[in-house]
Design a binder for this molecule. Structure first.
Ligand SMILES: [Zn+2]
Ligand SMILES: [Zn+2]
Ligand SMILES: [Zn+2]
Length: 230
C-alpha cells in the first residue's frame, strides 16, 4: 500500500488561520495553505509563489469553527471514500478532524432528529448519510487500528457514487438562490455554515486561478482514479 506521508502532519496542525510571519503586511495573510510536497507548517496565499510554485497545495477552509477541505481539492490526493461530505455554499467539503461533541440545536432536532442511523465507525458521532467516517482523522485512525478499511465491491460502488455526486452536484446547484442553498445545507448537513459564504466564493475563484488543479471531466463515468489513503 502506498504511503501518503503528509496526512499525519496535516491532522496534527493547529496553526491554521494564524498570521503568516513572512507576510505580516498583506491583507490576507492567514495561514490556510498546506503543501503536500513540503509537508511542513501551513502558510499563506502569498507564500505559494515564492516557495511552492509547482507543488501540490491544498487550501483549508473554516466552517462553523471547523477546519475543512473542499472535496474537489482533496479527493485526487487522498482516498476519501466513506467519509461524510457536507454542503457549504456551492461546493462540498470534508472535515479534517472530528468535531467536539455538541448538543443538537432546536433547529437540527426539528429537521433531522437527534439521532441518525449512521454513526462514525471511529468516534460514534452521528452522520447524516450512509457514510462510515465523520472526518479524515477518523478514517485514518480506523486504518491504523485495523490495518486498512475494507468494503465489499457493492459498498465501494455506493461510496464512489456518493463521492462523485458530492463533487458534481453542488456545481449544478450553484444557480439556486442563497436561500435555497441555506435550506439545503441544513437539510442535508444538519449544520449551520452561515459565516463567510460570500468570502468563500470569492476565494474559490481566486484559488482556481492560482492553482493548476485539474478539474474532473464531468462526462467521465466514475472516479478518475483512486488516491491512496496512506
Ligand atoms: Zn506568507
Ligand atoms: Zn511546497
Ligand atoms: Zn468520527
Amino acid at each position: 500500500m502506498m504511503i501518503v506521508p503528509w496526512l499525519k502532519n496535516l491532522l496534527a496542525i493547529t496553526a491554521f488561520f494564524t498570521s503568516c510571519e513572512v507576510h505580516p503586511n498583506e491583507s490576507k495573510n492567514e495561514r490556510n495553505m498546506f503543501c503536500l510536497e513540503c509537508n511542513d507548517n501551513p502558510f499563506c496565499g502569498s507564500c505559494i509563489k515564492s516557495h511552492h510554485k509547482d507543488h501540490r497545495v491544498i487550501q483549508v477552509r473554516r466552517s462553523s469553527y471547523t477546519n475543512v477541505i473542499k472535496t474537489i481539492e482533496i479527493y485526487k490526493h487522498l482516498d476519501i471514500l466513506g467519509i461524510q461530505t457536507y454542503v457549504i455554499s456551492n461546493f462540498t467539503v470534508v472535515f479534517i478532524n472530528k468535531r467536539p461533541y455538541s448538543q443538537p440545536t432546536k433547529k437540527t432536532i426539528g429537521i433531522i432528529g437527534c439521532n441518525s442511523d449512521y454513526l462514525c465507525k471511529t468516534c460514534q458521532r452521528n452522520l447524516v448519510g450512509p457514510y462510515y467516517f465523520c472526518s479524515l482523522a477518523c478514517k485514518f485512525e480506523c486504518i491504523k487500528k485495523d490495518g486498512g478499511f475494507f468494503l465489499s465491491a457493492k459498498e465501494t460502488e455506493e461510496m464512489e457514487r456518493l463521492l462523485e455526486e458530492s463533487i458534481k452536484a453542488p456545481k449544478q446547484k450553484a444557480k439556486k438562490s442563497r436561500e435555497q442553498n441555506l435550506k439545503r445545507k441544513v437539510d442535508e448537513a444538519g449544520i449551520n455554515n452561515e459565516e463567510n459564504e460570500e468570502d468563500e466564493e470569492n476565494e474559490q475563484e481566486e484559488r482556481e486561478n492560482m492553482l493548476p488543479i485539474q478539474k474532473p471531466n464531468s462526462r467521465r463515468k466514475g472516479i478518475p482514479h483512486r488516491a491512496p489513503f496512506f
